[in-house]
Design a protein around this ligand. Structure first.
Ligand SMILES: NC(=O)c1ccc[n+]([C@@H]2O[C@H](COP(=O)([O-])OP(=O)(O)OC[C@H]3O[C@@H](n4cnc5c(N)ncnc54)[C@H](O)[C@@H]3O)[C@@H](O)[C@H]2O)c1
Length: 314
């Protein structure tokens, strides 16, 4: 493979080993291809799930492995589910068995089961949280002892504006995606003493997940989809993931970076914005005056992603 090793030594990832989950399609596929082009050996994991995760078909992982090996890179296919502890652990074990080590984990596998909240079945909530949040925990947890022992390693997890900002019909997905932010932050804090880093990407890229989002009219939907297809591509996410994994980003951990087309965003993380103390304690009247009215101008509006990003990606 004509190794694109980056310009400085910190971007040189040759000889490293990565697990990329959900790497048969969309963003994960591009991350796997990009890492392989930088000389990383990749476990290309994908269970081959339908968008809602209800069916498992032919895994697209083998095709990605074929592309990587055709270009001269190293990769193995894995079709275990991230959503159960034992099978998730077997993905990391395959990295050790095939390549002798593990350096990077990209938690990317995902499904969607959108439904308005008052109709959301517990099964739909559970399935989505299992793949995204539990899956990210399981794979990270399986890699952690190796990272600790070798005193190096990096995680990248995919979060979403659905959790960071808000969307309709995605209570399951938003809960999982904000949970992933907490998971990443905890990993960053707890594993920094082992030289291990953890960051989140909040991507926006045209994939079958995006195709499933309903538009106002068929014409508007077609127009929107075409715009997004051309301006927000999975291959625009991949270099950011590779950068965050590489030593060039050794000072970056516990962060959330948005990627949409050629635009990047550094997200804020919750901190108190107003503080009050009342030595008498709080009653209905003081709460009404000082919280209900006093803080009114600081309350975060009930915005959705499209209110915060009203412009098309550039
Ligand atoms: N595309 C976007 O704009 C966007 C926006 C926000 C967040 N994300 C996140 O980015 C990630 C990738 O999204 P995408 O758009 O490329 O989706 P995608 O549907 O194209 O790819 C996801 C892949 O995950 C696999 N998968 C599902 N369940 C699995 C399991 N249990 N074990 C292993 N693999 C499994 C699927 O088979 C699929 O190939 C997801 O975590 C998604 O939530 C994407």
């Amino acid at each position: 493979m004509a190794a694109d090793k980056g310009q400085d030594k910190d971007m040189n990832m040759a000889g490293k080993v990565a697990v990329v989950t959900g790497a048969g399609r969309g963003i994960g596929r591009e991350v796997a291809l990009t890492l392989a082009r930088r000389g990383v050996s990749v476990v290309v994991n994908d269970v081959g799930a339908s968008l809602d995760g209800r069916e498992e078909g032919e895994s697209p992982a083998a095709e990605v492995v074929r592309l990587i090996t055709e270009e001269g890179g190293q990769a193995v296919a894995n079709r275990a589910s991230v959503a159960e502890w034992e099978s998730a652990a077997s993905i990391v074990q395959q990295a050790i068995d095939s390549f002798g080590r593990i350096d990077y984990v990209v938690n990317n596998a995902g499904i969607l089961r959108d439904k308005i909240f008052h109709h959301m079945d517990p099964a739909d909530f559970e399935a989505v949280v299992k793949v995204h949040l539990f899956g990210s925990f399981y794979v990270s947890r399986a890699a952690a002892p190796h990272f600790r022992k070798q005193e190096s390693g990096a995680f990248v997890h995919m979060t979403s504006t659905s959790g960071l900002i808000g969307s309709i019909g995605q209570a399951n997905y938003a809960s999982a995606k904000l949970g992933i932010v907490g998971l990443s932050r905890s990993l960053a804090l707890e594993m920094s003493r082992f030289n291990v880093r953890s960051n989140c990407i909040s991507p926006s890229a045209f994939s079958r997940m995006i195709e499933s989002i309903p538009g106002a009219s068929p014409e508007e939907q077609a127009r929107n989809l075409e715009m997004r297809r051309s301006r927000t591509r999975p291959e625009q996410i991949a270099p950011v993931a590779a950068y965050l994994l590489s030593d060039a980003a050794k000072h970056i951990s516990g962060q959330i970076i948005g990627v949409r087309g050629n635009e990047l965003y550094l997200y804020s993380q919750p901190r108190p914005v107003r503080i009050l103390q009342n030595s008498q304690g709080w009653d209905q009247q003081s709460l009404t005056e000082q919280v209900g009215e006093g803080w009114r101008s600081s309350f975060i509006p009930l915005e959705r992603t499209r209110d915060v990003f009203p412009w098309q990606a550039q």
